[in-house]
Design a protein around this ligand. Sequence first.
Ligand SMILES: [Zn+2]
Length: 297
Amino acid sequence: MKNKLALILPLALAAAVVPLAVGQKRGPGKNADKIAPSLPEKAFAKPKQKRKLLVFSRTTGFRHGSIPTGLTAVAMMGEKTGAFEAVISDDLANFESDKINQFDGILFLNTTGDPFLEKGKPGTQERSQRLQKNLQDFVKGGKGFAGFHSATDTLKPGGGHTPEYSKMINGAFDGHPWGGGSSVSIAVEKGQEKHPIVAHLDGKNMDFKEEIYQLRDPYDSKAVHMLLRLDLDRSEKKNLKRTDRDYGVAWVRKWGDGRVFYCSLGHNDAMYWHPDVLKVYLGGIQYALGDFDVPSK
Ligand SMILES: [Zn+2]
């Protein structure tokens, strides 16, 4: 029995940790072969100190198939550029007050619902409230937060209550008129052509197939430093809820003494090996970590 277990266990573990093991050195993750040649050559800014980025992708709603690819891309990007060490973990204990401050920044990569809830567990609501507060204290106290794609489909307003999280990230998912197979065109926000996080685009649009979100309150494109937005005239025509045609895609903002970056791209796997998108992610993460001093508000 012992020998049999010894044989089976490593296999079972290997299966469980695909694509990435938690907090340890790992083999190539999902789509690493496609991601590797697309990674930025170097960091935008030299980190002021060694940076630890918690990459969290827990879901209690829809779970994106692109999560393993996204985790691989972020881990490889941090390692190659030296901008940060990615700690990939969905362990809620990392948000407790005795653990959270070991990190310089936290990335919500395609989280959904209330990712702090554990169904059926006693006291889970209270714990979620506590961890949400810890996250707020963490960012407002001077650290960084980044969100990709369904990070806005996370901790959304409901029942007359708007979570601080939703205000911080600036909006809540309100459907995606453009599904993952839609041809869309993403424009650099007018006047931001030279902004360091999007300057590599040279003011040109990015055209690809991707799912694009429509956001609702507390979304306010004037409350943040907008960097990218959907070019409605050059994207597939859809029925839209927003009469103001305000479809922001990526922004930075200050939050208390800390910094926030959000990019709604990240539904399709291919986003994580698109060289220009990866650069936007890297610049935004480095801003959040406090190493990339760029215009923000
Ligand atoms: Zn999606």
